[in-house]
Structures are given as C-alpha cells and as structure tokens.
Design a protein around this ligand. Structure first.
Ligand code: SF4
Ligand code: SF4
Length: 113
C-alpha cells in the first residue's frame, strides 16, 4: 500500500504543532532544529508557521493534497512522530481524516478488523 502521507500533508497544515522544549536542538539531547521553531511557553516550543489562522509548518515542502515531504523528517518533534495516518498499521486516527477533510481530501478507509 502506498503511504497516503506522501500525497497529503494535511496534518502539517492544520493546527499548532507544540512540543516539549527539551526536544529542540539548542537543548541538551534535543534534535528538532531550533531555527524552525519558536518559544510557545517557558517549557514548550511550536513549529514555525503553525500558529496562524491558516497554519502550515515551515518544514513542509510541496503542495498539500498533491506531493509533500517533511524537510526534517528524521528530526521531527514528537507530535509528528505520534500522529499516524488513519488505517495504517490497523490503527484508527479520526484526527487524520478530520485534517484531510479540511483540505478537501477524501477520507482514508477504516482499518480492517
Ligand atoms: S493527515 Fe493523515 S494521511 Fe495526511 S499526512 Fe497527516 S497522517 Fe498522513
Ligand atoms: S515537522 Fe514535519 S511532520 Fe511535523 S508538522 Fe512540520 S512538516 Fe509536518
């Protein structure tokens, strides 16, 4: 099965991507490029571009719904690592299809029981 994320990207242009500040690479052991995120609170960072009324992460390349990629895939923050496409690996993620719907994309099929 082709990975649906490669022609989607809706969740990267849907809502705030906020994560623990310790994940930023200006902190000991951090890995998310700090140049692509901002302080959100004293203890949280946010991916640049995701705090707008029409959010889109600065690390997303391509066009949502056509062909996309994450420029920092290996160093993406935990919310992105934890967010799986609906139906992948037999899991259900309604937030995936919600994001797709907001971008006019069809829902992914439900996971097989
Ligand atoms: S909304 Fe779902 S299918 Fe689209 S990129 Fe995100 S996880 Fe993948
Ligand atoms: S860091 Fe990558 S996976 Fe996470 S929202 Fe930005 S483009 Fe999407």
């Amino acid at each position: 099965m082709t990975n649906p994320c490669l022609s989607c990207g809706a969740c990267c242009a849907n809502s705030r991507v906020v994560f623990d500040a310790s994940e930023a690479d200006d902190q000991p052991g951090g890995f998310v490029p700090s140049c692509l995120c901002a302080e959100y609170t004293d203890t949280l960072r946010i991916m640049e571009g995701t705090d707008y009324a029409r959010p889109q992460c600065v690390a997303l390349s391509g066009r949502v719904g056509e062909k996309v990629s994450c420029d920092i895939y290996a160093s993406r923050p935990s919310p992105c690592r934890d967010f799986e496409s609906h139906g992948l690996y037999g899991i259900s993620n309604v937030a995936c299809n919600d994001a797709r719907r907001r971008h006019g994309l069809p829902p992914l099929p439900n996971p097989k029981p």
